[in-house]
Design a protein around this ligand. Structure first.
Ligand code: F3S
Ligand code: F3S
Length: 105
């Protein structure tokens, strides 16, 4: 799966959403999260993020390791909706996002 990491927090550029062929990038309160079971590993989202927040799970930098778990944990309540468009914005985040100071204007 691909993973969205800390540079997305408070930026939420959303360019990645337009690239995902399976609509598996969901919007939380302060960042977006990729559904680990719905992602088909196509890689289309990774190059379009202007802040380079998206990584293949095997390439997540050490300082962002917690985000692999965070992307999965975001879906413990949601389950596998099968498409982000219908779910819309979910005004909720998971650690470590919840503990971060405001990251951008
Ligand atoms: Fe975030 Fe980058 Fe997508 S900032 S919303 S991961 S394009
Ligand atoms: Fe979607 Fe492909 Fe990224 S399935 S989340 S655009 S790797």
């Amino acid at each position: 799966t691909y993973v969205i990491t800390e540079p997305c927090v408070d930026v939420l550029d959303r360019s990645c959403i337009d690239e995902c062929p399976v609509d598996c990038i969901y919007e939380g309160g302060r960042m977006l999260y990729i559904h680990p079971d719905e992602c088909i590993d196509c890689g289309a989202c990774e190059p379009v993020c202007p802040v380079e927040a998206i990584y293949d799970e095997d390439d997540v930098p050490d300082e962002y390791q917690a985000y692999t778990q965070a992307n999965a944990e975001f879906f413990t309540e949601l389950g596998s909706p099968g498409g982000a468009a219908e779910v819309g914005k979910v005004d909720r985040d998971v650690p470590p996002v919840t503990t971060l100071p405001k990251m951008a204007d």
